[in-house]
Design a protein. Structure first.
Length: 263
């Protein structure tokens, strides 16, 4: 495990193969089929997410896995907690791309009271429940990009109509020129461990198969939640999305986009 942790710290990620069995992944997906989604892909009625399942059986068995526990114990060495466990469905044909970002951009949302300087106190654990291919929109990471610091980023409204933060176009070019990129092909049960400054994103699903994944976040539990920071961040993100979508609505109302583009 010592060599694994060293590789993780050097590269910003570690890809562990076949941690969970195909049977366990199938079992989790079967449980999802009987659950009501918390959020659907816009305009489709197709499930996108199921909320925080960190305390929900049988999904909470994931956090008890020996390899995951050993990894966390060796990395954090003291008290840690699993902040959330989400399952995302990048649906066949309509699953959207995810902007290139660093998780630490949104620390005021998922861990208010911590700061961007606390990035080493967090880790993302990403588990494939289906095969992840280029065609169905697998992850793409910028290796060792955590060594570049917190990159320049910008506010956007994502494809699911919520506020997101994206690495700027110029900063992405610079990061790629320095570090290159890696396409993360995964089989069901593989796990990608990565830190909160590693730049990552993913493409659209243009295949006939869904691409489900578990997103599990772990943190060293050393600070209390700051409700004031959380409320301020939540208000900012909601208002940004409302303002930008309202501007778009006003723009649509002010002209006939199907006619005016000819002028």
């Amino acid at each position: 495990m010592e060599q694994i942790i060293q590789s993780y710290e050097d590269k910003g990620y570690y890809l562990a193969k076949s941690v969970f069995t195909d049977e366990f992944c199938m079992y989790l997906k079967k449980q999802l089929s009987s659950m009501t989604s918390k959020i659907d892909i816009p305009y489709s009625g197709v499930p996108w997410g199921y909320g925080n399942l960190v305390d929900t059986p049988p999904f909470n068995d994931i956090v008890k896995d020996k390899f995951i526990v050993d990894f966390c114990m060796n990395l954090f060495k003291d008290k840690y907690i699993f902040n959330h466990l989400m399952i995302n469905n990048k649906a066949s044909w309509i699953g959207s791309a995810v902007e290139f970002h660093q998780e630490i951009f949104n620390v005021d949302s998922y861990a208010p009271g911590y700061s961007k300087d606390d990035w080493k106190n967090f880790m993302q654990i990403y588990i494939a429940l289906d095969e992840h291919t280029v065609e169905n929109g697998c992850l793409v990471v910028i290796p060792e990009s955590h060594k570049l610091g917190v990159l320049s980023h910008e506010d956007i409204v994502g494809d699911n109509l919520g506020h997101k933060r994206r690495v700027t176009h110029k900063a992405m070019h610079s990061a790629y020129e320095t570090c290159g990129k890696m396409t993360v092909l995964m089989k069901p049960g593989d796990i990608l461990f990565f830190n909160h400054k590693l730049v990552h994103g993913s493409g659209t699903n243009v295949s006939e198969t869904d691409r489900k994944s578990v997103v599990l976040q772990v943190r060293r539990d050393i600070k209390n939640k700051d409700d004031d920071i959380f409320e301020k961040e939540t208000l900012y993100r909601r208002n940004y999305a409302i303002t930008q979508l309202s501007k778009k609505i006003d723009d649509i109302k002010s002209k006939n986009m199907y006619k005016d583009f000819k002028k």
